[in-house]
Design a protein around this ligand. Structure first.
Ligand SMILES: Nc1ncnc2c1ncn2[C@@H]1O[C@H](COP(=O)(O)OP(=O)(O)O)[C@@H](O)[C@H]1O
Ligand SMILES: [Mg+2]
Length: 532
């Protein structure tokens, strides 16, 4: 290594035997110091801690006092003191040097070492730290990171007796190089962490958008009530019980509650209680210790532990056995449990959201569901209306679901108004899930990407099950413009028939046809006329 050192004070380089022997000792002690410094630096990425230790090592081995490492703050460009080897000094956090300022700032700016045989003789010295001994020499060297140049300054005071300041500066440069490597590594890790943090926050925003209120469709009063309740309950830690038939959106609502709650930064863990037999359910929820049962080869955390600080969604809670109900009750009451095969009692802070499509009240009466557990869960019930109770939401839901399917299939999809009318006549025992499945089938079958009435019928919807007159399409779903040039003849006739409630004479008037004409069209276009 060479030091460009016009600033180095000249020292006699006498070559007497005693000096050579002294130098040998010096080299050996420096080598030992270097070894220790490198192992300290590789031990941890906590720079403030390792740098302080490095300065201690140098004081011990090299009698280097007032060791100081300052690093450029990447935001302001100023030098900030990262470590100082001096007991009992005032906090150095407020000390900063601008590039070019005083001795330290100048070493950084010039990116060169600086040796002062006696500090008192150096007028540019500012002594911002107020710790230096003016009678001692002073050496400062830049800390460099590869191409980036100087990112900091490492300085200290060798003993007054030091006759080898050249050699000493060279040694401190070596230490500074090691420090530079450690700084580079720490910064790389920090940058990566920062990137991950940003990525995580971005994903969180996306997830929140996906699981927020916008993904729950419905404008009927029944749904407005649900939205109000979700909004209210999300803020608190209250246990929520979501009731409603299968496919009504219970899980969707559970998502919305968690992702709009203060627990959003912690885990949201889901478990379908109906999917597992008791023994598996228990180890799934509470975890197990190593060797708790055959196959338990390692210890495992249960969902309760995973959800600590967050939310646990227990789906199909009405399906658990009486024995398991008792176990669950204890956690809900005390927040305590043991892992399967373990004796240590664990405590967690978990918010519970449960869901069921069962009539729990009847089950309680019949003795199939514990009453005390029922009350524990039923703190804040939310009732999801079935789709046939809110059939007016079908058009908006269908458009939303078709857009969702289109995104999935990576193509454009459109649902016609005549199709929407057909969908509104169905009673949807499988609720939104059934609607979604029906539309997905229809989408698959529609080559042109237009889901019309026929495609829906082909997709296997039995319109005949409707048991009441369909309500009119709401104002937000405009009726078909019969002059719409994009409609073909067949669609136009169907639209008119829909509009006219399938009264042919009325449809004929809408199309400016005679009843005979429309009857002929219906026949030739092979339109199946439905009687309601
Ligand atoms: N109000 C709604 N708006 C949009 N999609 C819904 C709505 N309700 C349900 N879904 C969709 O229907 C399907 C079933 O919903 P889910 O929450 O699993 O129902 P449940 O848990 O009540 O059986 C899901 O794909 C969900 O995204
Ligand atoms: Mg469900």
């Amino acid at each position: 290594m060479t030091i460009p050192d016009p600033l180095l004070a000249s020292n006699d380089d006498r070559r007497g035997g005693i000096q050579v022997a002294g130098r040998q000792d010096l080299l050996e002690s420096q080598l030992a110091a270097l070894f220790e410094v490198s192992s300290v630096l590789s031990r941890s990425l906590l720079l403030s801690q390792t740098l302080t230790e490095v300065l201690e090592v140098l004081c011990r081995h090299e009698r280097l006092t007032k060791g100081m490492v300052s690093l450029v703050d990447r935001e302001t460009g100023d030098l900030l003191v990262s470590a100082l080897h001096e007991d009992g000094v005032a906090p150095f956090e407020s000390v900063r040097y601008q590039p070019g300022e005083g001795l330290i700032g100048r070493i950084l700016e010039r990116n060169r070492p600086w040796v002062v045989p006696r500090l008192a003789d150096e007028p540019r010295f500012l002594d911002k730290l107020g710790v230096y001994d003016p009678q001692l020499p002073f050496i400062g060297v830049p800390i460099r990171i590869g191409e980036e140049g100087a990112v900091g300054v490492f300085a200290g005071q060798p003993p007054a007796s030091d006759t080898e300041l050249h050699q000493r500066a060279r040694f401190l440069e070596m230490v500074a190089n090691l420090i530079g490597q450690a700084v580079r590594l720490a910064r790389m890790v920090e940058d990566e962490r920062q990137e991950l943090r940003e990525e995580r926050d971005k994903l969180r925003r996306v997830v929140r958008g996906k699981h927020g209120f916008d993904s729950i469709i419905g404008h009927t009063d029944a749904m407005k009530l649900v939205f109000d309740q979700v909004r209210q309950v999300a803020k608190w830690n209250t246990t929520v019980l979501i009731r409603g038939e299968s496919g009504t959106g219970k899980e969707l609502v559970a998502d919305a509650i968690h992702y709009n709650s203060p627990r959003v930064r912690n885990h949201f863990i889901k478990l379908n209680c109906a999917a597992l037999p008791d023994n598996l359910l228990e180890s799934e929820l509470f975890g197990h210790e190593k060797g708790a049962f055959t196959g338990a080869s390692t210890q495992r955390k249960g969902r309760f532990e995973q959800a600590d600080g967050g939310t646990l969604f227990l789906d199909e809670i009405g399906d658990i056995s009486p024995a398991f109900q008792a176990k669950l009750l204890r956690v809900l009451q005390q927040g305590e449990f043991e892992r399967v095969g373990g004796s240590r009692t664990l405590k967690v802070d978990v918010r519970i959201i449960a869901a069921t499509n069962r009539d729990l009240e009847t089950e309680v009466k019949a003795g199939d569901f514990r009453e005390d557990l029922y009350y524990r869960l039923n703190v804040m019930p939310i009732h999801m209306p079935s789709l046939c109770e809110r059939i007016e939401d079908v058009p908006e839901l269908a458009r939303f679901l078709v857009a969702k399917i289109a995104k999935m299939q990576g193509r454009e999809l459109r649902v016609t108004d005549s199709a929407l009318r057909v969908l509104m006549r169905h009673s949807w025992p499988g609720n939104v899930r059934e609607l979604e499945n029906c539309l997905e089938r229809a989408a698959v079958m529609s080559e042109q990407g237009v889901i019309d009435r026929d495609v829906i019928n082909m997709a296997g919807l039995d319109v005949g099950v409707a048991d009441s007159d369909p309500p009119a399409l709401s104002a937000s779903s405009p009726t078909v413009d019969l002059d719409d040039p994009s409609l073909d003849e067949r669609e136009r006739v169907i639209a008119a028939l829909e509009e006219a409630g399938w009264v042919q004479a009325r449809a004929a008037r809408l199309l400016n046809m005679t009843p005979r004409q429309i009857a002929y069209r219906i026949q030739t276009l092979n339109i199946k006329v439905r009687q309601f």
